[in-house]
Design a protein around this ligand. Structure first.
Ligand code: ADP
Length: 269
């Protein structure tokens, strides 16, 4: 993209126009570069399990053909790789769906406490496998939040699953809800806390970038796609909320989300 400037002497307003145009082009280029990076990353992430699947298909057709034990083992690995690809495609689709709706404010009245309980129930098998206890804390009479129940469920799911998987050495995680305030407006604060190894300071600002992982091998081993926190950030933005991450090495991590409360239309100004 190039800018063709007026050949005459620019007036102050036309130089401002050119400046804004240049700025827009810089921004457009930056977005374009990010998109290209994203496509490259996503393709790479899909190609790895695909290469493994192709390799095992060849092996099954070749020397493992008449070895039932090897066949079972390889089919198990192939099934894991297929699951990994499915998770990645699910997350890519979630991200693109949320991005498309990013400028539309969700407006349902959501009882976060019931969402937290549903998600915690679904995570019971994982918490039992890791021997991690899930504690839920919420005061009675918590206000409803304004949002999309399914998307808020995904926020809680992604944060709680990360806390369980990365923080499992802490043996317990806590999901808390509490009324809060920001700029004089009422919010509900959702906090997911773990007592695991924590995250070094330099990584914290980058955690919500797509495919950013502190330890890529550990993330893949737990079935992570590297998109969980990017999805959380987009959902929180769409809800006009804020996400804060605090962590101390050796102490654990706290992911906290402020969500605007639901005001009944009749009471809205
Ligand atoms: P992933 O699929 O890799 O878990 P996420 O976007 O959910 O992707 O998280 C990005 C990275 O942030 C993870 O790979 C991990 O390194 C780090 N992370 C997220 N949550 C925690 C946590 N509770 N404790 C320690 N590290 C975490």
């Amino acid at each position: 993209v190039s800018v063709i400037a007026d050949t005459g002497t620019p007036s102050p307003s036309s130089s401002k126009t050119i400046f804004m145009l240049l700025r827009d082009i810089t921004e457009a280029r930056r977005i374009e570069a990010m998109r290209a990076d994203f496509v490259a990353f996503a393709s790479h992430e899909l190609k790895t399990p695909l290469a493994s699947l192709s390799g095992f298909i060849d092996t099954l057709r070749g020397h493992a053909k008449d070895d039932p034990e090897a066949r079972d083992k390889f089919l198990g690995i192939m099934s894991d790789q297929a699951t990994r690809m499915r998770h990645l495609i699910d997350d890519l689709l979630s991200l693109s769906r949320i991005e498309l709706r990013e400028h539309v404010r969700p407006s349902d009245a959501v009882d976060l406490f019931s969402v937290v309980n549903d998600i915690a129930d679904g995570l019971t098998p994982l918490s039992e496998r890791y021997e991690v206890e899930i504690g839920i804390h919420a005061p009675a009479g918590l206000p409803l939040v304004r949002g999309d129940r399914e998307e808020l469920g995904q926020v809680i799911q992604n944060l709680a699953e990360n806390a369980l998987r990365y923080g499992r050495t802490g043996k317990r995680i806590e999901i808390s809800l509490a009324p809060d305030q920001k700029g004089g407006r009422p919010y509900v604060r959702l906090t997911v806390r773990d007592f695991g190894p924590g995250i070094a300071k330099e990584h914290i600002p980058r955690l919500t970038e797509r495919f950013y992982r502190v330890d890529p091998a550990a993330s893949r081993a737990k079935g992570g796609t590297g998109l969980g926190l990017a999805i959380v950030k987009h959902i929180v933005n769409r809800h006009e909320g804020t996400l804060t991450i605090e962590s101390e090495l050796g102490q654990g991590s706290v992911f906290s989300v402020l969500l605007p409360i639901f005001a009944a239309p009749a009471a809205a100004k």
